[in-house]
Design a protein around this ligand. Structure first.
Ligand code: HEM
Length: 467
């Protein structure tokens, strides 16, 4: 009522615009936009601090080109390789981004904390804005990472092996049951549920029981894959993600079946954090048994209270459930596929695993013993090498300029590199698309192979779950 009546009465004419006035205003806006766009183009091409770097002019002018490619032809990484062939190892691939293709420079960009502080431009709209992996600034990231690093240290992960062993037994039982019935097993469903259960148990102290579900709960795989598929769209249009978070999951499922993944992860995360919080509160009063999951550990730690806020921990839960489940499942799926599709690899692996698996299933082999099976390690390295998940990742050096050959890269510039390009370098990995574990077992190994294999990235923000 108030709003309507404001425009009535004697002053109404003050707010009345004639058609001519409207055209004038629109004209002024149009002229402003043209002048602004022109000035922006001139600035980006000639006056930006990145103006002198090589690269195609259309990418220096706008990021929209990449958006269109990502939405319709999905081959930007291949186009990036062609650009390096044309322009050299450093290319300006967006108005404020440089892409470098040089394995020797990897640890300068993905630097350790002792070398320099690194910021990131985090993805937004995924429901994990406040999580470790989405923390923009170096110092806050380090504060958040410290207690988690302790929990996910190799030593502690060794102590958590029992969780993995239990899930292996369930997986084995389910596969044998399917075999007994003569039913085919979808390994993608089985592995996604396996990793979901392990991460759920390690992070939240409760297995979601996905492996036990009928046919390994295929809905989980569909959901988590849908979330991964939505990433390119949300990367360019994070606003869509923010709106999606307000829409009920059921409705969202009907409109955009692929996009519900993050929403469901978010609901799952919220439920888990609420439960853990109640458990830790009760534990403080001496009422319940101590649970040793990662979030219990985090809630008991001495990090600032603000860091224990439900919104932040919910975001962390979404991040861990997603980041822990999908890449691990994808690696298992791809590696298992190549092993089973290459009979000589399968035969050799079975043979080399004989000793360590001798007492299975009375006893699941210990990680330290499994680690000794070199051929298994070589198969895993090949799987991680061929995996195409992380195609372009970036960091910003927060306080100091970086130097690359004759170039000075101003501090706070987004510098990206592509692990997959390093993994596919035919000079280092001859016949790079071939799954060839033997290449890792040479008597005289090429040191460039380990240098080029960076599936978990490097430095202060590398994968925390890699142990
Ligand atoms: C084969 C399996 C995995 C691969 C290939 C992988 C790969 C990666 C990569 C490349 C990053 C860096 C992402 C970036 O900088 O944007 C990353 C970060 C991360 N990963 Fe993994 N990951 C795997 C398994 C896991 C597991 C099992 C967990 C959880 C237990 C996990 C949790 C995380 C978290 C929380 C981060 C963010 C770390 C930070 O920003 O400090 N990942 N992972």
């Amino acid at each position: 009522m108030a709003l309507a009546s404001m425009f009535d009465g004697p002053h109404a004419s003050v707010f009345t615009l004639s058609t001519t006035d409207s055209w004038h205003i629109m004209g002024v806006i149009a002229v402003f936009l043209v002048v602004y766009s022109f000035a922006l183009v001139v600035h980006r091409l000639w006056y930006s601090p990145l103006a002198g770097f090589p690269g195609p002019k259309h990418l220096a002018v706008t990021s929209w080109y990449e958006t269109v490619v990502d939405l319709f032809s999905h081959d930007f990484p291949e186009r990036l390789c062609n650009m390096h062939e044309k322009y050299g190892p450093i290319v300006r691939v967006a108005p404020s981004e440089l892409h470098i293709n040089d394995a020797d420079y990897f640890t300068t960009v993905f630097a350790a904390a002792a070398s320099h502080r690194t910021d990131i431009i985090p993805p937004r709209g995924l429901g994990m804005d406040d999580s470790l992996g989405s923390t923009t600034h170096h110092d806050l990231h380090q504060l958040r990472r410290k207690p988690l690093d302790r929990f996910l240290s190799r030593q502690n992960v060794m102590r958590l092996q029992g969780i993995i062993h239990n899930e292996i037994r369930i997986l084995d039982r389910m596969i044998l049951t399917a075999k007994g019935k003569g039913t085919a097993v979808r390994l993608d469903h089985a592995f996604a549920s396996f990793t979901g259960d392990v991460v759920g148990q390690v992070a939240c102290g409760e297995s979601p029981g996905l492996l036990d579900g009928p046919n390994f709960t295929p809905e989980w795989y569909t959901m988590i894959r849908g979330a991964a598929k939505a990433i390119p769209l949300l990367r360019h249009f994070p606003q869509i993600g923010s709106v999606m978070q307000c829409v009920p999951a059921g409705l969202l499922q009907k409109i955009f079946p692929n996009s519900t993944g993050f929403k469901i992860l978010q609901l799952l995360g919220e439920k888990q954090i609420a439960r853990i919080r109640t458990e830790v509160d009760r534990e403080m009063k001496g009422e319940t048994e101590v649970n040793s999951s990662m979030f219990h550990h985090l809630l008991r730690s001495d990090i600032p209270e603000l860091e224990k806020h439900p919104t932040r921990l919910n975001a962390e839960a979404v991040s861990f459930l997603g980041a822990g489940t999908y890449p691990t499942a994808a690696t298992l799926i791809l590696t298992a596929y190549y092993i089973l599709a290459t009979p000589n690899v399968e035969d050799r692996l079975r043979n080399e695993l004989k000793d360590v698996m001798a007492r299975f299933d009375d006893e699941v082999p210990n990680y330290v013993d499994v680690e000794q099976v070199e051929y298994l390690g070589a198969c895993i390295k090949e799987g991680l090498r061929i995996l195409r998940l992380f195609r372009r990742k970036g960091r910003l050096s927060a306080d100091e300029d970086l130097h690359y050959k004759q170039w000075t890269i101003p501090k706070n510039t987004l510098v990206t590199m592509s692990p997959y390009s390093l993994h596919m370098d035919p000079d280092v990995f001859p016949d790079p698309h071939q799954f060839n574990p033997e290449r890792w077992l040479s008597k005289d190994p090429d040191p460039r192979m380990d240098r080029n294999l960076v599936p978990f990235l490097k430095g202060s923000r590398n994968c925390i779950g890699m142990k």
